[in-house]
Unconditional design. Structure first.
Lengths: 98, 233
C-alpha cells in the first residue's frame, strides 16, 4: 500500500513517476489511481526479476521508461508478458554472491 | 510421560505460515486462502515435484507458487479496500528519458552499511527481529534511508519484516536496481541519475507515512530529478 501514497504525493508535486508492481499487488494500481504502473509476473520481493538476471532487469527498466514517456493519463497500466525465470533459466553464467 | 499435544487443525497449520511457528514470508498469504485452496496448492506442488525428480525443471513449481500468491493477495470481492481513490494526479513526462535525470525510491528496506536507520533505537536489528516485530513496524512512522547513487553495491544492506529478503540480499538489483540504473546511464538509456536514491521498509503505518510524505517530497525535489522510478516489493 505504501507505494500508492508515495506515488500520488510525488506525482502531485510535479515529478512524473512510474511504478514497477508485482502481479500479486496489481489491484493497488486501481485502488490508489497510481499514475503509471508496470505489472510484472514475478513473485513478491523480486519486482525486477530473479537475482543476477540482468537481462530481465534491463527489460523491466526499459518497459518502465517506455511507459513513462507513453502513458496518456493517470491509471495507465501495462503488463510485461514474460513469466518469471530463476537464474538457472536466465542464461546468466556467473553468480555474484557476496 | 509427556502429555499428548492437541492435534493441529489444517486451518492452524495454514495460518502458522503467517508470522507463526512456521513463519514464511513467501507463503504468509496462506492465512487468507480457504483450506481447500491451500490443500490443492500443496497437492499441485507435490505432483510437479514428482516430475521434477526426472526433469530437474523447477519452473512448474515456481509457476504454481506464483499463481497461488496472486490468488492469495487478490482482493476479497466482499470487502472494500482500506484505501480507494476516485481519481489521481498525473504529471505528463514531456521529455525523453534518454535526457532525463532519474530518481529511485524503493519500499525494499535497503540502506548503506554504516547508516543503519536503527528502527526503535535498536542497533543492528536482524531480519529475524524485524519479522518478529512486524506489528511494531506496522504502527510506527517509516524512516527514509538516503543511498548515494554511487554506493558500492556490496555496501548495501536490507532489512524488512514484510517480505523474504533472500533474493535482495543475493542481488540488491531485484528490488533496488542501482547497478542497472548506473548501466542505463552509462549506455545512454537515461540522461543522468539523482545523486541520492531512497528506500524504506514499506511495511509501515499508512497514516504516519502520509504525515511524513510532504517532508520526503521536499527532500526528493532537492535531487532536481525529472522522473522517478518507484519499486514496491
Amino acid at each position: 500500500m505504501s507505494v500508492g501514497h508515495v506515488a500520488r504525493a510525488i506525482e502531485e508535486s510535479g515529478i512524473p513517476t512510474v511504478t514497477v508492481m508485482v502481479k500479486a499487488f496489481e489491484h493497488r494500481a486501481s485502488e490508489f489511481k497510481i499514475p503509471r504502473t508496470l505489472v510484472v509476473q514475478h513473485p513478491m520481493g523480486r519486482p525486477l526479476g530473479a537475482a543476477f538476471d540482468k537481462q530481465r532487469h534491463r527489460d523491466v527498466l526499459n518497459a518502465a521508461f517506455d511507459l513513462l514517456e507513453s502513458a496518456p493519463h493517470n491509471g495507465t497500466v501495462v503488463e510485461l508478458p514474460d513469466a518469471y525465470r530463476p537464474e538457472t533459466h536466465s542464461g546468466a553464467t556467473a553468480r555474484e554472491e557476496r | 510421560m509427556d502429555k499428548p499435544q492437541p492435534q493441529e487443525s489444517f486451518e492452524e497449520f495454514r495460518q502458522s505460515f503467517f508470522y507463526g511457528r512456521r513463519g514464511d514470508l513467501n507463503f504468509k498469504f496462506f492465512k487468507d486462502l480457504p483450506d481447500d485452496d491451500v490443500a490443492s496448492f500443496i497437492q499441485i506442488v507435490l505432483d510437479r515435484l514428482g516430475d521434477a525428480y526426472d526433469t530437474g525443471d523447477v519452473l512448474p513449481l515456481i509457476e504454481a507458487a506464483f499463481e497461488a500468491q496472486v490468488a492469495g493477495y487478490a482482493p476479497d470481492p466482499g470487502t472494500s479496500p482500506k484505501f480507494f481513490f476516485d481519481d489521481g494526479p498525473f504529471t505528463p513526462c514531456e521529455m525523453s528519458v534518454t535526457n532525463a535525470r532519474v530518481g529511485l525510491l524503493a519500499t525494499s528496506g535497503h540502506f548503506v552499511h554504516g547508516d543503519d536507520p536503527e528502527p526503535f533505537g535498536e542497533a543492528a536489528m536482524t531480519q529475524a527481529e524485524a519479522e518478529a516485530r512486524i506489528g511494531e513496524f506496522m504502527s510506527a512512522a517509516p524512516v527514509l534511508s538516503e543511498i548515494p547513487s554511487d554506493t558500492a553495491t556490496p555496501a548495501l544492506r536490507v532489512r524488512h519484516g514484510g517480505y523474504d529478503i533472500r533474493s535482495a540480499v543475493r542481488d540488491p538489483n531485484v528490488a533496488f536496481p542501482i547497478d542497472r540504473l548506473r548501466e542505463a546511464r552509462d549506455d545512454g538509456r537515461v540522461g543522468s541519475l539523482a545523486e541520492t536514491f531512497f528506500s524504506f521498509p514499506g511495511a509501515t503505518a499508512q497514516g504516519r507515512l502520509r504525515k511524513v510524505l510532504p517532508g520526503w517530497v521536499e527532500r526528493i525535489h532537492d535531487e532536481d530529478i525529472d522522473v522517478m522510478l518507484l519499486v514496491p516489493v
